[in-house]
Structure formats: C-alpha cells, structure tokens
Write a protein that binds this ligand. Structure first.
Ligand code: NAD
Length: 336
C-alpha cells in the first residue's frame, strides 16, 4: 500500500455484486484507492479495485483483517453492499429466510464490531460507513393500494415489512444508527428502491423484474409470463443514478435513512409493454401464479431532494433500453 498515504481510500463490501462493482468503478474514476471484498469476482466484468479479497464476510476474522488496511490506520470510507439479495422469486417464497437473515445480519454485525475495535486500537474515528438498506423495510399496510402516493421515510414505523429480508434490513439500519450514537462511527443509510441496469443479474432465479422481463421478451416468440395480474406497481431506478445519489449522500453530513429511488411508478404490465415496444415485438401477456410482494410501491423523494438537491434525471424507458441491449448481448453469448 505504498503511495496510498495521500489518496482517499475506500473499501467496498459486496464488490463482486451489481451495485458494488459499479461503485468500485465510480470510486476509481474519482481517484480513490479501492479494496473490494466479496465471495466472488464480478460476474460480468473485471473488477476495477486496486486490491480484491475473496472472503466470506459472515466470518468475523475475515472482516477484521479486511477493514484494517495496514499502514494507513483505517479506510476513509466503507460501502456495505454485501447481502443475500434477489428478486421476488428469491425473497418472497419464504424458502431462503433463515439464510438471508443469518448471512446479512452477521456481515453487518461483524463490520460494526470490527470497525469499533479498530478505532479503539488506533484511537481514531475517521471511517464513514455507507449502509444499503431497502424499500422492503416499509410496512405492508402502507402498500396495499396500487396507487401508492410514495413512501416517506417516516412511514417505516410502526414496522411491518412483508418479508424477512425487509426485517433484517430494518434491524441493521437500527444497528448502524446505534453504533453511530454510542460508538460515534459516522454512517449514512439509504433505502434503495429497485435498482436496475447493465451488469445486474438477469437469470438464475435472483434477477429482478426489469431484467427478468427483458430476458423473457428477448427469448419469447408469442407470449411472456407475468406473476399475478400484473397490476402491482413499482418504481425502478437506473444504476448510474443510484451511484450518483449514494456518492452525494456520502459527501453530505446527512445520515438518513433516506430513499434513493424513482417516483416514476408503473404497473408490471406497463413495464412489460415498454420492453415489448422497444423490442418491436407484439407478445401477449400471460398471467400466472407466482410470488408477488406488496401490491403498490413508489418512492417519495422529498427528503433527499431537500437535503441533497438530488432527483433522478433519466426516464424508465431510457434506462430500460440500455438494459435490454445489454441483456440481449448476454443471451446471445450464452446461447440461451
Ligand atoms: P448483489 O447480489 O448483486 O450483490 C451482493 C453481493 O454480496 C454479492 O456479490 C454476494 O456475493 C455478496 N455477498 C453475499 N454474502 C456474502 C458473504 N457472506 N461474504 C461476502 N460477500 C457476500 O446485490 P445488489 O443488487 O448489488 O445489492 C447490493 C446491496 O443493496 C444489497 O445489500 C441489497 O440488499 C441492497 N439493495 C439492493 C436493491 C436493488 O434493487 N438491487 C434494492 C434495495 C437494496
């Protein structure tokens, strides 16, 4: 790590994943020295990190050694993206609940414990930690109507997330805030709302609606299957916008939790039609039973707008066409 002393340093946990690998790229473009850590390297590109550690972050000793950069005392910033993650097909079936809760809670706990001990060891407190929470923390009873007016941050309580994934995220938000209060660790917390774009998972069962729908349209001849009646609503945020908002949050003095999402709400049927139209196909929509999640979800961006002056620039259809082109390339190369 010679020559690093005068550079900003960052650690990205989950750097082999979708958002983490994009964040590494962004931090490198800003001139940071970056260490990435994950169970795996990124699936769709090389990592741009200066140093990449393959490790299981649910094991405390691994986190302890990864967060100690040796020679520069501590990282300036840590981005915590590592978690068990997926679309409705992974999160809402109930089959993966214990794995999701155990793995993600251990990673978050290990990070906060290790950072507290590192700070005590060197008698410093300079590392700011970003935590990626989720719109899945919002209570089911605020999302029963397809015409969701937008979830405000204060809607989180009284809590009643509709999945164990959401409960773990809410617990971990509180844990980051507790270490901020009692151990004075600077933190920033965002609640992401459906991030999508190139280099996101597009098949295998963990993909989310935009990627799944692009893949189905690309592969279909006559019709595509949609879970439920397709009238459930969501908003989707393009990856570059997510990275920009996250960097702005980290540069600000605002802790959050704050929504990072889009307010352009669509039904799943409308999402399918946008993709159908772009692909120039006339596929019919076949509605089948499947895991659904909440009935209506949208982001309310008033808080982030007032604190950071941020709002997304890009329309859903613009982001979808770039994602579609990328997935079409993946499908072609994989012969699926
Ligand atoms: P992702 O699955 O692509 O990335 C998560 C990464 O964490 C994966 O590469 C995985 O290998 C790694 N990981 C999991 N367990 C690990 C362990 N024990 N040790 C080391 N690495 C481990 O997911 P993503 O879409 O990039 O999401 C990043 C974060 O943002 C996650 O915490 C997710 O819950 C949160 N989030 C994402 C979205 C979204 O729409 N993508 C929405 C809300 C919140």
């Amino acid at each position: 790590m010679e020559g690093v002393k005068n550079m900003k340093t960052a650690l990205v946990l989950g750097a082999g994943g979708f958002i983490g690998s994009h964040m590494v790229r962004r931090l490198k473009s800003e001139g940071c020295w970056v260490r990435g850590a994950d169970l795996k390297y990124p699936d769709f590109s090389i990592s741009f990190a200066d140093h990449f550690v393959i490790a299981d972050l649910s094991v405390y000793e691994n986190v302890e050694s990864i967060i100690d950069p040796m020679g520069i005392a501590a990282f300036d910033e840590i981005y915590q993206f590592a978690a068990d993650m997926g679309g409705a097909g992974y999160i809402f079936t109930g089959l993966n609940d214990s794995q999701i809760m155990e793995n993600s809670a251990l990673i978050n706990l290990n990070l906060l414990r290790a950072q507290s001990r590192l700070n005590a060891k060197y008698d410093i407190n300079k590392t700011k930690i970003f935590y990626s929470s989720s719109a899945c923390i919002y209570p089911d009873y605020k999302q029963l109507d397809v015409d969701n007016p937008g979830l405000k941050e204060s809607d989180a309580y009284p809590a009643d997330p509709d999945s164990e994934y959401g409960w773990e995220k809410l617990f971990s938000e509180r844990m980051f805030l507790a270490f901020n209060r009692n151990n004075k660790i600077p933190v920033a917390i965002a609640r992401y709302h459906n991030i999508y774009g190139p280099e996101g998972t597009w098949d295998g069962g963990k993909e989310k609606a935009p990627a799944a729908m692009c893949r189905k349209v690309i592969q279909a001849e006559d019709s595509i299957e949609i879970w439920g009646d397709g009238e459930q609503t969501r908003s989707f945020l393009y990856i570059d916008e997510c990275i920009e908002a996250t960097r702005r949050l980290m540069e600000s003095g605002f802790t959050g939790p704050v929504n990072i999402g889009s307010e352009e709400m669509v039904t799943i049927n409308q999402l399918a039609e946008i993709i159908n139209k772009y692909a120039n196909k006339n596929l019919s929509l076949e509605h089948i039973a499947g895991p659904l999640g909440v009935r209506g979800r949208n982001s309310d961006n008033n808080l982030i707008n007032s604190k950071l002056g941020w709002a997304p620039n890009e329309s859903l259809s613009d982001g979808i066409l770039r994602t579609y082109d990328w997935i079409a390339e993946q499908v072609k190369n994989s012969n699926k």
